[in-house]
Design a binder for this molecule. Sequence first.
Ligand SMILES: *Cc1c(COP(=O)(O)O)cnc(C)c1O
Length: 249
Amino acid sequence: MTAPDVSPATDGRRAEITEALAAVRARIADACAQADRQPDEVTLIVVTKFFPVPDVRVLADLGVRDVGENRYQEALAKSEECADLDMRWHFMGRLQSNKAAAVGRWADVVQSLDRAKLVTPLGRGAEERAADGRPGALEVLVQVNLDTDPEEAKGRGGADPSDVRALAEAVAGNAALRLGGVMAVAPREGDPRAAFERLRELSERVRTVVPEATHVSAGMSGDLEAAIACGATHVRVGGAILGNRPTNG
Ligand SMILES: *Cc1c(COP(=O)(O)O)cnc(C)c1O
């Protein structure tokens, strides 16, 4: 792969990101006010996939600490370039079994665990990470598929809601991992609120297994208000801050 572009962002790009980030922070604050929640109950994760390292540096300058990526090679290269920034890197892409250990070794949080067979390799990666000098268990969220149409559900990541409890138990049973909570992407069709309400119920079910697993990662550029109304603790926003991506990967 070619070396990432690391020349600093132009003033124009910096201004664009500054304005868009302020607008998204205002949307989060408004949504919290509407829902009678405090803005500090919601963490903004800026999804930087497809965007270059200089954009990550601008975000860091603007006080963003949490960033999200969905492809391991790209994520690794970018995070290495940004090693001086102390960002928290969230992995939220499809996890392949043969990459799970590498992702577990690299990430600060893995948001997309959706199959039991990923638990052991993720845990192995998390142990290697501890040996690299990053102590503490790796935070893992169980990704849930909220599509009600089975055909739609197929192509998208996420565990069937009926498997969520067992997956939570599997993560809780691995000493190198720490269950953070649940994550979901709203279905393409329909009211996102119905899906996010379902996620809230699943979060409650998971907390009967692991009471500390309070994180609910839901809401993106188009539906963060609905997610916050339904109890999201983390929103994952890409396009509304960084602009259009070349593809919707
Ligand atoms: C890309 C992506 C996002 C961000 O989506 P936007 O619509 O650009 O805000 C959030 N979550 C996941 C899992 C993603 O892959």
